[in-house]
Design a protein around this ligand. Structure first.
Ligand code: SF4
Length: 360
């Protein structure tokens, strides 16, 4: 059997070789490479490192809003007029109880997010205490996203038991000034390097759909490869009214799936996460994203809601995947009768359904 282009990409990826720039561009273009063979090839790489496993992450805005930064896509930015609930950091007991709840719902990782440019030294000490308490009481992996950090802070957080540090690159260095003017791409890189120096696993990804070019996506995927990023959340923009973003592009499910495949080929061992926007942008094609990606967020994103537990788990199970959790997927699905918003309830057709013309 002759090897197809996408088979060659999968082989290169598995051998640790990067795709060329031309191959990356072809991966993103629907007129050059058909989608299903592409997803199949990306799945060969995903399967080699992650088998049929999906890791579920639950995000917790432990501090929300009132951010002095100007990220144009973000509802919490000082420049945003989006109506959100602002609050200072939640009490420790609330954050720990929510970690336990996330674990009980099947989450493998609990992602705590704080708005703001970055924490002051006293706040870092508090966060270190909090992380240590969570690690002592809940058997869950903990990730922190708290803005810009220096090496002294990342070392304290690592010593407290933090598993991963999240700090997204969001877009390429050359496009960065178009999306934010209160900090730079290099500021973000410095935080990632500080995390790396402390021995923290790096979680860093991008937001697709900010008006960037395909070259920007390729740049970010290569930069994350260079950094040895272990976890890559790929967000697809959810446009929020009141934010200042002016250049948002229009995403299609086909394009989102190609982007995820590209990240998989260039970062074969990484945990690639279908992050914000899977419902809005992938729509009926969401399940296909599990072929290049091996992780997702459940129960919403930073300031927008997302699919609840049961429909998410059912989607994973229906496609033949399993979750990485101490709880079995079936046990979690049977746990209780919480809102099954996306499940289909069978009803008998009425006469009005059968003969709509009679209504006229
Ligand atoms: S993305 Fe983070 S730093 Fe930027 S405005 Fe939003 S909360 Fe602030």
């Amino acid at each position: 059997m002759t090897k197809t282009t996408v088979n060659i990409w999968a082989e290169k990826s598995l051998a640790g070789e990067p795709l060329t720039h031309e191959e990356c561009m072809a991966c993103l273009k629907s007129d050059e490479i058909e989608l299903l063979p592409l997803l199949h090839a990306a799945f060969q790489v995903r399967k080699a490192y992650w088998k049929n496993e999906v890791t579920i992450h639950i995000i917790n805005n432990v501090q929300n809003g009132n951010c002095p930064e100007t990220c144009s896509y973000c509802a919490q930015a000082k420049t945003s007029e989006a109506g959100i609930a602002d609050y200072a950091i939640k009490p420790e007991s609330e954050i720990i109880a929510e970690a336990k709840r996330a674990y009980d719902q099947g989450a493998y990782r609990y992602c705590m997010v704080l708005s703001g440019r970055g924490p002051a030294p006293r706040r870092v000490d508090k966060l270190a205490e909090l992380i240590s308490k969570i690690k002592q009481t809940v058997p869950i992996e903990v990730c922190l996203s708290s803005g810009l950090l220096n090496e002294e802070s990342t070392k304290k957080l690592k010593a407290a038991g933090l598993d991963r540090l999240n700090h997204n690159l969001n877009t390429s260095e050359s496009f960065y000034p178009e999306i934010c003017d209160s900090h730079t791409f290099q500021d973000r890189m410095q935080t990632l390097l500080a995390g790396q120096a402390a021995g923290l696993g790096l979680c860093s990804g991008m937001i697709v759909g900010l008006g960037e070019k395909q070259e920007d996506i390729i740049d970010v995927a290569f930069k994350l490869r260079e950094l040895g990023t272990v976890s890559i959340p790929v967000n697809f923009l959810i446009p929020i009214e009141g934010t200042t973003l002016k250049t948002a592009g229009t995403l299609t499910p086909d394009y989102c799936l190609r982007v995820l495949s590209l990240f998989r080929f260039l970062n074969p061992k990484a945990e690639i996460r279908i992050a914000a926007g899977r419902e809005v942008n992938l729509r009926s094609m969401q399940v296909l994203a599990l072929y290049p990606a091996n992780s997702l967020f459940m129960q919403g994103y930073l300031n927008t809601t997302g699919t609840e537990k049961d429909p998410t788990l059912q989607m994973i199970k229906d496609a033949g995947f399993d979750i990485r959790s101490d709880h079995g997927i079936d046990a979690l699905l049977d746990q209780n009768n919480e809102t099954k918003t996306d499940t289909y309830e069978v009803k008998m057709k009425t006469l009005a359904d059968l003969r709509p013309e009679l209504q006229v």
